[in-house]
Ligand binder design. Structure first.
Ligand SMILES: Cc1cc2nc3c(=O)[nH]c(=O)nc-3n(C[C@H](O)[C@H](O)[C@H](O)COP(=O)(O)OP(=O)(O)OC[C@H]3O[C@@H](n4cnc5c(N)ncnc54)[C@H](O)[C@@H]3O)c2cc1C
Length: 336
């Protein structure tokens, strides 16, 4: 157990705040013991990869840094393998492992930072795939009873960057392991989204494998997104807003090139990055807090920005977008 531990190296924004108490968790048994011993003296704060949080103040809590490891096959049949990974496994390493086993389903989600245990919290997604498409079930520790419970896919109430763990069950459970239902060959590839097809052509790949798709996704992400090891960031800071078609029609008159994706009969989704860029904020910088120069959806810490400076930047972006388009954009990142 550490006291007044700096969290600078534990969050991808690189914000230097401290945790009152900090402990690394390597087994579920230890997790239960630590929680019992704490006996509600300090609130609990779950920290995995720290890649989806903006820390705006010191964390006056017992920080549980989840680092449990292990991957194993739970079941298999002719077509599928059910594979369980412990919460502390690094997401991208797990994806690469499934690919070495020639199991399909996670390749489009290559290179997303963070740990396996946090992947269901916001139903991580990229390039037309979300974990809800392959997640079979998860186990989670009930913080009231200290019993481990199982949640099946439908119990998680997944939506776009949403799950029950961000709402009704927020702060009530710690996810301990996640099981995915992965496809044996022949695989069903998702290559129509974004620039995957184009990237495969550049790579001179005609009959892609899951490894090729993963490589294409990695190449695209590396060319577009800032690496947190070089510039602090938390990926997409805002969610893409869903707006009424009537508002979209009126915006279209003034902005004929506004992109949109149909959601249902009455609503469309607008890329928040486009809105921020067309509000003139791409590359905008104040002190060490800024909007990334290549990807307007990403807020960045150029060095020593504080959480407060980054949150001020986020408010400024929200306000400017609203003034120009009358659309509210909401953070995807957890603000603490
Ligand atoms: C460069 C970059 C690119 C990104 N690209 C994408 C992308 O393409 N798609 C996407 O969806 N996301 C993306 N993200 C966001 C982020 O990687 C994901 O949200 C990831 O799942 C966060 O995992 P983490 O382990 O870092 O979670 P953390 O940031 O540690 O935690 C996130 C939240 O979950 C809670 N939590 C963490 N672990 C547990 C647990 N075991 N049980 C219960 N609660 C827990 C925390 O308390 C916190 O509220 C990106 C981030 C970066 C920095």
């Amino acid at each position: 157990m550490q006291f007044n531990q700096s969290l600078k190296n534990y969050n991808t924004f690189g914000i230097d705040v401290s945790a009152t108490q900090f402990i690394e968790i390597s087994t579920v048994h230890q997790l239960k013991d630590v929680i019992k011993e704490n006996n509600q003296k300090l609130p609990l704060f779950i920290l995995s990869g720290g890649s989806n949080m903006l820390l705006t103040k010191n964390v006056d809590a017992l920080v549980l840094h989840i680092n449990t490891k292990g991957i194993h096959v739970v079941d298999e049949n002719e077509d599928f393998v059910w594979m369980e990974a412990q919460a502390g496994e690094t997401w991208h390493d797990f994806v690469l492992y499934t690919i070495t086993q020639n199991l399909g389903g996670l390749e489009n989600l290559s290179l997303i930072p963070g740990k396996v245990g946090s992947s269901p919290i916001q139903n991580i997604g990229a390039y037309g795939v979300e974990i809800k498409d392959t997640m079979h079930s998860l186990t989670a520790l009930n913080l009231e009873t200290l019993e481990v419970e199982t949640f099946h896919n439908a119990d998680c109430k997944f939506g776009y960057r949403e799950s029950v763990f961000k709402h009704q069950l927020k702060d009530k459970y710690i996810i301990t392991a996640v099981t995915f239902k992965l496809k044996k060959a022949p695989h069903l590839l998702h290559t129509s989204y974004g620039a995957i097809q184009q990237e495969l052509e550049t790579m001179h790949v005609e009959q892609p494998t899951i490894k090729d798709v993963s490589n294409a996704v990695i190449a695209i992400r590396q060319s577009k997104l800032p690496d947190p090891k070089e510039i602090g960031n938390s990926g997409s800071f805002f969610k893409n807003p869903v707006i009424d078609k009537t508002l979209y029609q009126s915006l279209l008159e003034k902005n004929p090139d506004i992109p949109h994706y149909p959601v249902n009969e009455s609503e469309v989704k607008i890329p928040a990055g486009w809105l921020i860029e067309h509000a003139g904020l791409k590359g905008f910088r104040k002190g060490d807090a800024g909007v990334h120069t290549k990807q307007a959806l990403v807020l960045v810490n150029y060095g020593n920005a504080s959480g407060k400076e980054l949150i001020d930047m986020a408010y400024f972006v929200q306000q400017t977008v609203f003034e120009k388009f009358e659309i509210s954009i909401l953070p995807e990142v957890n603000i603490i």
